[in-house]
Design a protein around this ligand. Structure first.
Ligand code: CA
Length: 232
């Protein structure tokens, strides 16, 4: 029998943890819970979880600090469990190497989707997605990473090199949020704030791939954070 992925939950709120732990065990995950940052770090290094769910508001230390210590030791995927309205903390955590976030209150389907995506992009990934992915189909889009050709309903799209890079980056990470800074750094090699260039390129890319750019189906806007490509 396959070993089920181990999820470490670092969360001090008893009712939220009870909710999350119930979902995890009902869905065949093995689950561990820590109620403080220190305990979380101890369990993370002694148990090597496959994914970590991390609350940013912990009693003993700042969640961002917990993340920094986790990242100093491992690449275990970390999904931030955040309260609404803490955009800046969320973005800081993502830029520090968190894989994704989920905002309270959330539903079962959303939680499970975030965990599945994090596991799929994890270094010790349990199957699927090989590293040198040759191509990807998302809805009616087909992205051929080797030939750098993108087709929509079988028709070749004419993308600029930067539009292609943007689409490639988002589609390789489909399902996962990428922050503005991450995209700017990966596509333009720039550090710092050039969100205008990103916005212009995104608008042009959406005009080429979306039927209705005002209500996109492929590349979704994560308000104040970044963009997320749909998985199918
Ligand atoms: Ca909390």
């Amino acid at each position: 029998m396959e070993i089920q992925p181990l999820v470490l939950l670092i969360e001090d709120d008893a009712s939220i943890s009870a909710f999350i732990m119930a979902i995890l065990t009902a869905n065949q995950y093995r689950a561990l819970r820590a109620v403080s940052g220190r305990e979380g770090l101890t369990l993370a290094s002694s148990n090597a979880p496959d994914v970590i769910l991390l609350d940013l508001g912990l009693p003993d230390m700042d969640g961002v600090e917990v993340l920094r210590e986790i990242r100093a030791q491992s690449k275990t995927p970390v999904v931030i469990v955040s309260a609404r309205g803490l955009e800046r903390d969320k973005v800081a955590a993502l830029d520090l190497g968190a894989d994704d976030y989920i905002v309270k209150p959330f539903g079962t389907a959303e939680l499970l989707a975030r965990i599945r995506t994090a596991l799929r992009h994890s270094p010790k990934s349990m199957g699927s997605e090989p590293l040198g992915l040759a191509s990807k189909v998302i809805g009616e889009l087909n992205i051929d990473y080797q030939k750098r050709i993108v087709t929509l309903r079988g028709e070749v799209l004419h993308l600029t090199p930067n539009e292609y890079k943007l689409l490639a980056m988002l589609s390789v990470n489909a399902g996962k949020v990428l922050t503005h800074d991450t995209l700017i750094r990966e596509v333009w090699g720039l550090y710092g704030n050039d969100s205008h260039t990103l916005r212009v390129n995104m608008a042009n890319l959406r005009r080429k791939i979306e039927e209705n750019p005002g209500s996109p189906r492929y590349i979704l806007t994560e308000m104040g954070v970044g963009y997320r490509m749909a998985e199918e």
